[in-house]
Design a protein around this ligand. Structure first.
Ligand SMILES: Nc1ncnc2c1ncn2[C@@H]1O[C@H](COP(=O)(O)OP(=O)(O)OP(=O)(O)O)[C@@H](O)[C@H]1O
Ligand SMILES: [Mg+2]
Length: 433
């Protein structure tokens, strides 16, 4: 049963939706129906609904303000905005407030049912997290398991998303090197190109394949290991890579189902220790559905005004979406030598003060080394001879930092479980074979 709270200042609208939901018997149960934002907050706290259908324009307190509050107070509840306002500005505000979806009024019954089920499904990790909050002090990311490893075991399934709101800052460079750097003995890593329009992981790694993420998107619902494995490419270093569509126009098929990539990741996560995701600069539903399920987000910026300004915006958005500050790792790329004359970029201490964030890695600017690696189709960090050189050294340090951060947690969990401490479903699944 999916419990639903209806929020709309027009009683007839609420009544109509209630009727629509009643027609679709089994699934839905309307647990409350209120007419203002303020009442919505009270009702959300009281009824703890799975889904809240929220109007925007209401007297007393509008739906966006209410959503902002509710997503903080009751993170287990997923808000679906429903409005006659179709303005992009409203959509953006709703997303920033933490809404999971935006429906236009009036809504067709099937669209309503489908959206509620989809949002409910995608919000599962938040519900589980809320349930287990009390017994689990450490930050643990939950995910649904389904596809098993060939060995039948379950792996750590850490999802590391590399993102920058600005193009050309080095996201693909960092993602490929991170994935390569995380590959250690007995550790399985998958690199996914989720820059569906202009992804160039294939170019960086000199990989070509007819099989791409497109083949999976249409089959998300019943994805099995064998089929998934047949689509994944293998780089000569052994790294597994899920390539993006071959041509920009093919991206439409992925964008038509923006949550598909997140669903694919959730389904295969247990078969890998790390899944590294390369993304495009676009801040859309596709991206947010992936950052939602991420264990860590590597936010990449360059020391330039526009890049820092955009990063500020993204950090604020992540805050509003209730991501814990530790979820984001802030990385500065293309850092010039601080002693160099004629420096045009902003010093890192100024950036840290402005963003109130620690820079967790500084990758020096070194075009020749980076380009020569791309030309050879080998991630920099895979080249042992160059390990001591910048920026290879720093890229390697970044992947070791992330590895230690996540795998230490992992061992901690295992120890707790072994010593007979309270077991949770998630804790159990964290055990590796
Ligand atoms: N630390 C660095 N020093 C010098 N050049 C770099 C560095 N990092 C990246 N570059 C160069 O910057 C360019 C963009 O890098 P990359 O493709 O990784 O960025 P991106 O954020 O993925 O870009 P896009 O928006 O096109 O996806 C490339 O030519 C790359 O060689
Ligand atoms: Mg890129």
């Amino acid at each position: 049963m999916i419990s639903v709270l209806l929020v709309d200042d027009i009683p007839e609208t609420r009544e109509n939706i209630k009727k629509l939901l009643a027609f679709e018997d089994q699934d839905f149960k309307v647990v409350g129906s209120v007419g203002t934002g303020r009442e919505a907050i009270k009702a959300a706290l009281e009824f703890r609904p799975d889904i809240i259908i929220m109007d925007i324009n209401m007297p007393d307190m509008d739906g966006i303000t209410a959503t902002n509050e509710i997503t903080k107070l009751v993170p287990a509840a997923a808000v679906i905005m429903m409005s006659v306002q179709t303005d992009a500005d409203y959509l953006k505000k709703a997303m920033q407030a933490g809404a999971r979806y935006f429906l236009n009024k009036p809504v067709a019954p099937d669209e309503l049912y489908g959206t509620i089920r989809e949002v409910y499904k995608n919000h599962a990790p938040f519900r589980q997290q809320a349930q287990q909050m009390a017994s689990m002090p450490a930050e643990v990311v939950t995910r649904k398991s389904s596809v098993q490893t060939e060995e039948g075991g379950v792996r750590a399934g850490h999802i590391v998303v590399v993102y920058s709101p600005q193009g050309g800052t080095g996201v693909t460079t960092i993602a490929t090197n991170l994935a390569s750097g995380l590959m250690k003995k007995n550790i399985k890593v998958l690199l996914i190109d989720a820059d569906v329009q202009f992804g160039d992981v294939g170019v960086f790694l000199k990989l070509q394949s007819q099989s791409t993420i497109l083949d999976l998107v249409s089959k998300v619902e019943d994805l099995d290991t064998d089929f998934f494995d047949s689509v994944v490419s293998t780089h000569e270093s052994g790294l597994k890579v899920l390539l993006g569509p071959q041509r920009p126009e093919f991206a439409q098929d992925v964008e038509a189902n923006p949550r598909a990539i997140a669903s694919i990741i959730e389904k295969v996560a247990d078969a890998y220790d790390f899944i590294v995701v390369d993304t495009s600069r676009r801040l859309d539903e596709l991206l947010l559905s992936i950052t939602d399920i991420a264990t860590k987000i590597v936010l990449v910026s360059t020391p330039t005004l526009s890049s820092i300004k955009n990063s500020r915006f993204v950090l604020d958005l992540f805050d509003k979406m209730n991501y814990s500050p530790e979820k984001t790792i802030f990385v500065l790329n293309r850092v010039e030598d601080e002693r160099a004359k004629n420096r045009v970029t902003i010093p890192s201490d100024v950036i840290e003060r402005h963003l109130k964030r620690r820079i967790e890695a500084k990758i020096p600017d070194n075009e020749p080394i980076i380009l020569s690696a791309v030309n050879r189709g080998v991630p920099l960090v895979a080249n042992v001879r160059e390990r001591g050189k910048s920026p290879v050294k720093e890229l390697m340090e970044l992947s070791d930092h992330i590895f230690n951060m996540l795998m230490a947690n992992e061992e901690e969990e295992e120890r707790k479980n072994d010593s007979g401490a309270k077991k949770s479903g998630i804790g159990l699944r964290l055990g590796k074979n």
